[in-house]
Design a protein around this ligand. Structure first.
Ligand SMILES: [Zn+2]
Length: 558
């Protein structure tokens, strides 16, 4: 029935899971590195498997969405805004690095996981978080680590097929890793002067991974390493838990360990020699399991962040997106685009158009005229298998709420008075929440000062005295028509109609000659200049309603 991409992947995953492990819960997976603020761009890593897992659950299958927190990865670099002294922790596991000053969290990784987990909860994303620190340090992967070390020559040979090709890509990978936030790309693959070892210990003295394995005995599992700090030690790998497999072996090991059937990955992971491709060979050859179905997902861009001053170093997070849009809308952006389509999350004026589209779709859903794929996307956005996402009881257009927030500066009483002009049945502002809060926050935080509206306190007498007869007449026609047309639709008709009347037409005449359009543009510009001192502004009917009849009359009286 459902013609959308989510349904098609769910079909495929269910069939594949039946083949691989009949009767077992189906496993979909994501991985995130809490190495810093988790960028909004990384949300696709979670949303893609979430939507597929959710569809599988809707069909009555048991399905687990695991989210691997790559918190046992090394701390790579100190992000902007953090004390440079944190550089002493570079090379330690993220869970061994102190949280930034003032954080209530016990370590670096937890500090950055927490807001992501909270955002996912708000979005209705059900997942089982797996701390890789806990997995490795508890010895959960012991058998797999010993197996990988035993098979190191075969792993080395597989990686060797790609190494020359991969080298040319290193620069790209680093860049992608920085953006992509998964601790994956750019990590060393275990080769060193002393031979190939896929396991890397954290030094027992300095806790950093500046270690080199110098020998390994398959019989006794004695592993010798040296560290850049000067420490040298021989440990028994069968008991050692302070180390991890290199990424390109770690990832396929986890596919096998968890029985992952679906795990998408970013563009940089799917080129020849990338971890997904190499991992596919390693999981079959070494761990005796299958690679997950793993579509590549395209980049999600952000628009409108450059202009804002962010306290978090300009990195937009899912929490930032949720501060300006409701969870259902954010879910919808992901549900309606196939993973290989890129799109943007808008923090600029475009968000108003996105909301209009969402409202239009909601109306079509209500009257039964939406296309099947659009219906599916809407359902995936507004509900999950187990929950309905919170909705604003009374939905006014986001652009209206934003205009009112812009003009009133968020004043509650004024806001209520004006919004009642749009909808007389509004009992209180709570009916308009949370959408109202999101629109107010958007205006206050993301609309640059020069785009904000300042209604004039006093008439622009200098401008008013220079007006010609036609302009004065247009202002009088508007002022005289305000009472009769004091509604959104009425004012729309009036502002477009005044130039029609002046052209000898009827107010409601259907006319669109170039001359009339030019006259309308000139009239609108005049009104904006008189009301807000600029050539443009919020839609005029909204602006007029917001400013109020008396004040409008006072500002345009010539
Ligand atoms: Zn050391």
């Amino acid at each position: 029935m459902d013609a959308d991409w989510v349904a098609r992947f769910a079909d495929e995953v269910i069939a594949e899971a039946e083949r691989r492990a009949p009767g077992k819960p189906i496993v979909c997976a994501s991985g995130l590195s809490p190495s810093g603020p988790i960028h909004l761009g990384n949300l696709r890593e979670v949303m893609t498997p979430h939507l597929v897992a959710d569809e599988i659950r809707r069909r009555g299958h048991e399905c687990v969405h695991i989210l691997s927190w790559d918190d046992f990865d090394r701390f790579r670099k100190v992000p902007a805004g953090v004390d440079p002294s944190w550089s002493e922790h570079i090379g330690k596991p993220l869970t061994s690095v102190p949280a930034p000053p003032g954080s209530p969290h016990p370590n670096w990784a937890e500090h950055f996981k927490a807001p992501m987990a909270a955002a996912l909860a708000e979005m209705g994303v059900e997942f089982r978080g797996i701390s890789q620190t806990e997995m490795y340090t508890s010895g959960a992967y012991r058998e797999q680590v010993l197996l990988a070390m035993r098979e190191r020559r075969r792993i080395d040979a597989i990686l060797g097929q790609y190494r020359t090709k991969a080298k040319a890509k290193v620069a790209d990978d680093d860049e992608a890793a920085a953006l992509e936030g998964s601790g994956a790309a750019g990590e060393d693959d275990g080769s060193g002067a002393g031979g190939y070892y896929p396991y890397k210990p954290y030094c027992s003295v300095c806790d950093r991974d500046l270690t080199t394995v110098t020998s390994y005995d398959d019989e006794t599992t004695a592993l010798a390493y040296t560290c850049a700090c000067g420490h040298a030690e021989t440990v028994t790998l069968a008991e050692h838990t302070r180390g991890k497999l290199v990424w390109k072996v770690d990832w396929p090991m986890r596919w096998a360990y968890e029985g992952v059937v679906f795990e998408p990955s970013g563009v940089d992971h799917t080129s020849p020699g990338s971890s997904f491709v190499v991992g596919g060979q390693i999981v079959r050859a070494i761990f005796g399991a299958d690679q997950p179905i793993g579509p590549m997902y395209a980049f999600v861009g952000i628009s409108g962040m450059a202009k804002m001053s962010s306290s978090k170093g300009g990195v937009p997070t899912p929490a930032d997106a949720l501060s300006i849009m409701e969870p259902a809308l954010l879910r919808w952006l992901y549900a309606r685009r196939r993973p290989n389509q890129s799109f943007k999350v808008s923090f600029d004026q475009e968000i108003q158009r996105m909301y209009d589209e969402w409202d239009t779709l909601s109306r079509k859903i209500a009257d039964g005229s939406a296309l099947p794929a659009d219906q599916a996307a809407h359902r995936r956005a507004a509900t999950t298998a187990s929950a309905t996402l919170g909705e604003t009881p009374r939905r006014l257009p986001y652009r209206t709420l934003a205009s009112v927030a812009d003009i009133t500066g968020g004043d509650q009483e004024q806001t209520l008075r004006i919004l009642r002009e749009f909808d007389h049945e509004i009992a209180g502002l709570d009916e308009l929440r949370p959408r109202l809060d999101r629109a107010q926050h958007w205006v206050a935080t993301y609309v640059p000062a020069e785009e904000r509206t300042q209604v004039r306190e006093e008439p622009d007498t200098a401008l008013l005295t220079t007006l010609g007869t036609t302009e004065r007449e247009s202002l009088k026609l508007l002022a005289d028509g305000l009472d009769e047309h004091w509604s959104l639709d009425g004012l729309t008709a009036l502002v477009y109609g005044v130039p029609k009347i002046q052209a000898g037409l009827d107010l409601s005449a259907k006319a669109a000659t170039p001359e009339l359009k030019a006259a309308q543009r000139a009239f609108f510009a005049l009104l904006y200049r008189l009301l807000v001192g600029r050539e443009t502004g919020p839609r005029l009917p909204t602006l007029l309603l917001t400013v109020g009849r008396d004040r409008v009359r006072r500002l345009i009286a010539s």
